[in-house]
Ligand binder design. Structure first.
Ligand SMILES: [Zn+2]
Length: 245
């Protein structure tokens, strides 16, 4: 059967039979990586993803590529990693995204994604939090516009050391942007916290939405944060957890 394997590999390299290639690499986790709506240091950001072992990504620029977020995407990708901060997508795209999540795909939401889809209430339920713009009441509590501050030193506490995402992570310090006064839903499972005065207490959490596992990591403004070894470790373990791997 060696000839068959060789032939499959050749077709794989030629890009002829994508599905057989994926079957050949069962350990590979495939992610759709969204960006757009907020500037960032692109080369070091994508270099970090290049270095994640066993994780292959495809870039999706939002809102241009928002139409990809629809049922069927879970056959091509194990998870969507969202680093975009788009103002909004169409109501048809919103419905398709919700239907995809009801069917099931992993979701990792990073940093300024907390402020994406600011006028779409369901997105707050999907990721379990919101960077607030303007006066709003959430779960009966009033919020004002959230704040941010660059180049802060955040002391991060591991609130759940038994979770797969926090394996090998101990309390650490990170040079990153702080977000103050944002909303975290009461039903999320908190993994990381901080007592930094300019940051809301929750740094990372998990939840489920539909048949999808969701992980939000508030950290990750720029290469100073990504260079912290805890960051790619949390990212990798988060991607594997939401993907069910
Ligand atoms: Zn930022």
């Amino acid at each position: 059967m060696r000839w068959l394997a060789a032939m499959l590999l050749a077709l794989c390299i030629a890009g002829t039979i994508g599905s057989a290639c994926a079957a050949d690499k069962p350990d590979t986790t495939r992610i759709l990586l969204t960006f757009g709506g907020h500037g960032f240091e692109e080369p070091p950001f994508f270099a970090m993803f290049d270095a994640l072992p066993g994780i292959e990504y495809t870039k999706a620029e939002m809102p241009k590529d928002a139409g990809l977020l629809k049922p069927g995407l879970q056959k091509e990708y194990d998870a969507v990693v969202m680093y975009d901060m788009v103002g909004g997508i169409t109501s048809d795209q919103q419905q398709a995204f919700v239907e995809l999540l009801k069917q099931g795909i992993g979701v990792v939401s990073l940093h300024h994604n907390l402020g994406a889809h600011r006028d779409w209430d369901e997105f707050t339920k999907i990721i379990g939090g919101k960077f607030v713009f303007g006066d709003v009441v959430l779960e009966g509590k009033p919020y004002k516009t959230s704040t941010w501050s660059h180049d802060e030193l955040l002391k991060v506490h591991v609130a759940d050391a038994a979770h797969p995402i926090t394996q090998g992570i101990r309390d650490f310090e990170i040079h990153d942007e702080s977000y103050g006064g944002f909303y975290t839903a009461s039903d999320v499972h908190v993994l990381l916290t901080t007592d930094h005065p300019k940051n809301a207490p929750n740094i990372a959490w998990t939840k489920t939405y539909g048949n999808s596992r969701v992980f939000h990591l508030m950290l990750g403004h720029d290469s100073k944060a990504w260079a912290n070894p805890n960051y790619p470790k949390l990212l990798e373990q988060g991607i594997r957890w939401v993907a069910g791997k």
